[in-house]
Write a protein that binds this ligand. Structure first.
Ligand code: FEO
Ligand code: CA
Ligand code: CA
Length: 753
């Protein structure tokens, strides 16, 4: 998706509706300052769990200061029968503006699965000229997060299969200029209202999720277009509501008067894979698809639903992103109008509550299309990115971390009520296992403190700050889940620079979260701007060509070490693993991680730890450094929270005083600890990462190449800003397509070695 750095007039990915008065945390009172800091300088151990010992102790105290570097051997899984490999033993890929995928020498990237590729027998090959149809039987658009589900020769789930599996792929959105997704339509489509139903039906179907069988064929990989395992979820598929919101008045619609169902999953961004083998898809910028009448506040009697709608980006009069509501009277179009129009008291005769059906983590059984997907409302409703699991430990709760990607939004944690039972890993009824771990538990939001510690704030009616919140009187726990942003406002969570993916380091259990950028950080904030704070400390000006970009244009990556002290489970320590920056930026104010030309990046977004090598894969969705390089993926061997140093940033204020912000910068990465591995084609973001269980093939998504093409140039392919992947020899036509690539090492080794 476009970032705010190259924003069109209306950027639906830069929603910014957090007007809550939550303080920057220099005003937050610390109630438990007795907690000692781990920051002692120097390198500390990353723990014995590195070497394949159980992870039960991975939230251990880490007081051992022995000088152990990150491992060269795989941290997890069965003992390797192969000789030890050196990680990051490849030549860094240079920054590039070429319309191509670049990988290191000795590696091969192959295009595997593009927009429109068939998913059922009898579906014609994609012509890529805007005349294709049947998108509910084809790959959707804007491939995003992705997970691997191994398949054995017996057609049953396999944890060890390395040559055959299912890819579950998010299809976030579509490349559009104005209302129309112009590459999908022969003549670019209709960008005025009303939109033709034939165009809208196509656009509804390219959203959602696909599951596709892939297999190794010789030295390359292929999809299996007629596999019985293939299926699609679209923006129209029926999905169940699960968790506290199921049956709640907030979910009553004309389609589901009993509030148990909704249609579609929308703007699917990051992903997760549960310990019991299901796929989780995060719904991100869903609010933009709905429209609301200009007089709807009064129609609703200015009740608290208006507060909720505003907090989730839908002021009255808001126009929809694609105008799908205009395509006809049929219910599948009318549902996108969320004004109160019916006479009922409960909303069972209109779609006033329809938007409450979007914004969740949705659980899908990738192996079994007959099991209906479920929206896990307990995990909160917001602009979801990934759902990152801590390693499941028998007898302990399941823990999931999640980011809410909008300016000034929060970082969340889910803790299940049920304790993990390893027998559930092999259950046949996988979605039923999800009922056990994802419907009952506690949701928290993060509050970062300037001393380098922080707290998880409980979002429940048991928290008096939530249950007594004057701005929005919560009715029950369903209300808290559906309006999680408001609950986090009430609790006092810290406003972050757009939390994207979370990932948990398998070596030590520490949480990493990308904060992609924030164009609204200011030293003297006005209106909806944000003052810099310890966890979001940078405000600076970066030049992109002749244009200046202010705030935090390049983003950073924060990390958290959970407290191990008994009864202290809501506390953590944090630092900033890396600050994005161009290598030649000032190392005292901007390039705080001292990134080199082989390491510099901007706009961190995707972040996934390999379960095989332990490498941290970082992906960018950037609009700030794209005058110098296309988006990229880097491989990293991170240290741990506290391996760097405290840093004070001082800013002159308008009144002549100064603002000093203390932050904690992770140890600057050496050349063999962070290295650029891939650069993508023009206009793309790099997103989604999964791998075969031997680590010898990785799958990565190239999203929206050529996104900035002018629709007026549709008839002239030479004017497309990208012709990828046709210029890589993949498929018909020259219109750019989002696609999955598979990367292998020419010597057959693990990726990243
Ligand atoms: Fe879909 Fe925030 O990226
Ligand atoms: Ca720049
Ligand atoms: Ca993202």
């Amino acid at each position: 998706m476009k970032t705010n750095m190259d924003a069109p007039v209306v950027d639906f990915n830069d929603e910014d509706s957090n007007t809550s008065p939550n303080p920057t945390f220099d005003a937050v009172l610390q109630t438990r300052l007795s907690r000692r800091r781990i920051l002692k300088g120097g390198m500390a151990t990353v723990g014995s769990a590195l070497f394949g010992v159980g992870l039960a102790g991975c939230n251990g105290d880490g007081d051992d200061d022995s000088d152990v570097d990150s491992p060269d051997t795989p941290p997890t899984g069965a003992p390797s029968t192969e000789p030890p490999e050196k990680l990051l033993n490849f030549g860094a890929v240079p920054k590039s503006l070429a319309d191509a995928v670049s990988v290191p020498s000795g590696y091969t990237a192959q295009v595997l699965y593009g927009l429109g590729d068939p998913l059922a027998a009898g579906v014609l090959a994609y012509k890529n000229d805007g005349t294709d149809n049947d998108f509910d039987k084809r790959a959707g658009d804007h491939h995003d997060g992705m997970e691997w589900f191994g398949l054995g020769a017996d057609n049953r789930p396999s944890a060890s299969s390395t040559d055959r599996g299912l890819l579950a792929v998010n299809h976030e959105a579509t490349t559009n200029e104005g209302l129309s997704s112009f590459f999908l339509h022969a003549n670019g489509g209709t960008s005025t209202l009303p939109r033709p139903a034939a165009e809208v039906d196509k656009e509804i179907a390219i959203h959602g999720v696909s599951v596709v069988e892939v297999k190794k064929a010789g030295n390359s990989w292929v999809t299996v277009p007629d596999s019985v395992f293939n299926f699609r979820l679209t923006a129209l598929s029926e999905i169940e509501i699960a968790g506290p919101a199921r049956g709640n008045p907030l979910l009553v619609t004309k389609y589901s008067p009993d509030a148990t169902r909704t249609r579609g999953t929308l703007n699917n961004c990051g992903t997760g894979k549960t310990p019991w083998g299901t796929f989780l898809t995060g719904e991100e910028n869903w609010y933009g698809y709905f429209t609301r009448d200009a007089a709807d506040d009064a129609a609703r009697g200015n009740d608290k639903s208006v507060t909720s709608l505003r907090r989730y980006g839908r002021n009255q009069g808001a126009a929809s992103r694609h105008g799908w509501e205009s395509a006809g009277a049929d219910d599948r179009y009318a549902r996108w109008i969320i004004s109160q129009s019916g006479a009922s008291a409960d909303g069972s005769d209109d779609y006033r509550n329809e938007m409450n059906g979007q914004g969740y983590v949705v659980e899908v059984d990738a192996y079994d299309r007959s099991r209906k997907a479920k929206k896990r409302s307990a995990l909160g409703r917001f602009a979801h990115e990934s759902a990152a699991f801590r390693t499941a430990v028998a007898g302990q709760p399941i823990i999931v971390y999640m980011g809410d990607d909008a300016r000034g939004e929060y970082l969340y944690k889910w803790v299940s009520s049920a304790n993990w039972d390893h027998a559930d890993a092999d259950a046949i009824s996988r979605i039923a296992v999800g009922d056990k771990y994802l419907d009952n538990g506690t949701l928290f939001a993060a509050q970062f403190s300037e001393d380098g510690t922080g707290s998880w704030l409980e979002l429940s009616m048991q928290n008096s700050a939530v249950s007594g919140y004057a701005t929005y009187p919560f009715s029950d726990q369903a209300d808290v889940a559906v309006n999680a942003r408001l609950a986090a406002d009430a609790a006092g969570a810290t406003k972050m620079d757009r939390p994207e993916w979370c990932g948990v380091n398998p070596a030590n259990g520490e949480l990493y979260c990308t904060l992609t950028n924030n164009s609204s950080r200011r030293v003297d904030p006005t209106g909806s701007q944000y003052e810099p704070d310890s966890a979001n400390p940078r405000v600076y000006t970066d030049m992109k060509g002749g244009a200046s970009q202010t705030g935090n244009p390049n983003g950073h990556i924060i990390r958290i070490k959970e407290s191990a002290a008994a009864g202290d489970g809501d506390r953590f320590e944090w630092d900033v693993y890396l600050f994005g920056a161009q290598a030649d930026a000032d190392v005292t104010t901007v390039n705080l991680s001292s990134l080199t030309d082989d390491q510099d990046f901007s706009g961190p977004d995707g972040l996934v730890f390999s379960a095989v090598t332990g490498l941290c894969w970082l992906q960018t969705d950037d609009g700030a450094y794209t005058d110098v390089t296309n988006c990229m993926m880097l491989a990293a061997r991170p240290g741990q929270v506290g391996d760097g140093a405290k840093k004070s940033l001082t800013y002159p204020k308008g009144d002549g005083s100064t603002l000093t912000v203390d932050t904690y910068v992770g140890k600057p990465p050496a050349a063999e600890q962070l290295k650029r591995f891939l650069v993508g084609p023009v206009g793309c973001e790099i997103t989604g990462f999964c791998e075969t269980p031997d680590g010898k093939a990785i799958f990565v998504n190239i999203q929206h190449p050529g996104e900035n093409t002018d629709q007026a140039n549709l008839a002239d392919p030479s004017k497309y800003t990208s012709q990828w992947p046709s210029n890589a020899g993949y498929g018909a036509g020259k219109r750019p397509r989002s696609a999955t690539i598979v990367i292998t090492k020419d010597d057959g080794g693990r990726i990243g070695t």
